[in-house]
Design a protein around this ligand. Sequence first.
Ligand code: FE2
Length: 381
Amino acid sequence: MHQILFFMQTMTQVQSNTNTDAFPILGTDFLEFYVGNAKQTAHYYQTAFGFELIAYRGPETGCKDFCSYVLKQDKIRFVITSALTPDNEIAKHHLLHGDGVKVLALWVEDVRKSYQTALERGAESAFEPYTLSDEHGEVVLAGIKTYGDTIHTLVERKNYSGPFMPGFMAKKSLMKIHPVGLQYVDHCVGNVDLGDMNRWVKFYQEVLGFKLLITFDDKDISTEYTALMSKVVSNGNGYIKFPINEPAKGKKKSQIEEFIEFYKGAGVQHIAVHTDNIIETVGKLRENGVDFLYVPDNYYDTVTERVGAIQEDLEVIKKLNILVDRDEDGYLLQLFTKPVQDRPTVFFEIIQRRGAKSFGKGNFKALFEAIEREQELRGNL
Ligand code: FE2
């Protein structure tokens, strides 16, 4: 693991030229997963990840073709959706992509205005604005397309006080929920095809007014076998961060290529969720049976040299197999789950920032070697 010490520090920090926010976004509204069995997936996020069931729609609410479970933990909302009939768009999406993230929903002040702005700047419509209303008020929605079959739903909810949105009924978990301390979505990473990264970075810059935050090239992110390139874009207030990865040529098949092969195209690779106590969070997740990537013990031989002193007990960090990295603003602790469905596609990152604003570049090598061990086991390296 000595390579980590000599890992080239070639990160390009691109300064933002902020004037006004061209596309104001208040935050992440929800993430919607299309899965094969929403009932059981929702159970998994409740028991393993400590999410609380808050709302539901399905045949009981007049929705005949699909059903959705809405789960919440602190500021994070997941919508888990499955088709009930074989001919609809959800069923087709699931047949092609398997379980995965369909919607990265963005919370905005005025959906019609945001949608109009996005279209004028070159966005492709996923669906036109419409208003849903019930006794709790109204929600306005519109959709624009991003990479692969993924979309951004724009959500305006300033005139709504219900559990989620009209069409959903309040529904509670059947078991006692034990939250694990997940607080908010830190970043969502997209994997795109070779040669497409710059196109999507440009889309976020030109259409949604994002700024380029960081560029990693294949010299930053490569192992003996695989390489990738990544650019991170962030919106005006910095609440939304979207790293975009594309594969780079390596000796063997990169993890990005494996994702694209199994997801059948570009899509969301991982969702990073923040905790302010990663030791407690990861401890609970492990007790709940969440499967994490394994990093060998020798990773910790050089960790103090690399990151300096940290507040946490290094023995506990080592026992829980948590990764540590430092940048000029502070340090961060992070850990990655294995894919959360059968296909080697979407996974989660658990992250605690202690000042650091970066993405754990110093861990990339150890992390990718861990992913490659898994790829090898699947016969996909
Ligand atoms: Fe990440």
